[in-house]
Ligand binder design. Structure first.
Ligand code: NI
Ligand code: MN
Length: 223
């Protein structure tokens, strides 16, 4: 079927396939890189990697406006229920969730997850099978060697890899992650958004993996 990926800036992506559109980590308000406002986002599903404000972002507003189903870690899902989000699919690392477009699976991430000081469950990576394409968003994470196993299990076409350093991997560790996962394309994310994440990512040059940089607002079609 094929998909269209739109980069929302920072760590957010929108994936459209036929009648379904999945947003991952739609952080727009307060995101200096964003070219979209929450009202611009039309989606059927939202998947979240963790509860930090630069990932949870505008999820509540977008989910309510679209009647979208939100797929998130158990505790984060409970929080969203308390905020009036009606359609929720709670999960945790290791689990796969069937959806209208295919499936979503949560993987491990080495990070933290809270919102306004409240624990939001395990931070995760998100693997999504949509339009017949498998995409892998690592969330915020340090480098860990089980990324190799995750690559073997899911064989993603595209991996979105955080490379901004300080809170996640930097470009060198991000390159090592891509070499372990072995996606066809690696998209660097979570860098340059603020001065703390200013980063020369020229060292993000994984062997055997194509690097596909995306600018905020750009759309990329994959068959
Ligand atoms: Ni985070
Ligand atoms: Mn983050």
């Amino acid at each position: 079927m094929g998909i269209e990926i739109t980069f929302l800036g920072h760590s957010g992506v929108l994936i459209q396939a036929g009648a379904h559109t999945l947003a991952i980590d739609p952080f727009l308000t307060g995101n200096p890189a964003a070219r979209h406002t929450p009202k611009d986002i039309k989606c059927t599903h939202i998947a979240l990697t963790h509860g930090h404000a630069d990932h949870l972002g505008d999820t509540v507003e977008i989910a309510r406006a679209n009647g979208a189903t939100v797929i998130a870690a158990f505790e984060l899902s409970s929080y969203l229920e308390s905020q009036g989000v009606g359609k929720l699919e709670p999960g945790n690392p290791g689990g796969r969730i069937a959806t209208d477009f295919g499936w979503v699976a949560f993987t491990q991430a080495f990070h933290s997850s809270s919102y306004e000081g409240v624990y939001m469950g395990q931070p995760c990576g998100v693997v999504a099978n949509i339009g017949g394409v498998t995409l892998h968003h690592l969330g915020d994470t340090a480098l860990f060697s089980d990324l190799k196993l995750i690559g073997e299990l899911y064989k993603p076409t595209v991996s979105f890899i955080p490379v901004g350093d300080r809170f996640t991997m930097g470009p060198e560790h991000g390159a090592r992650a891509a070499e372990m996962i072995k996606p066809k394309f690696a998209v660097p994310v979570h860098y340059g958004t603020w001065p703390l994440l200013a980063q020369d990512i020229s060292a993000f040059a994984p062997a055997g993996v194509k690097v596909r940089k995306m600018t905020a607002g750009e759309t990329w079609s994959i068959e």
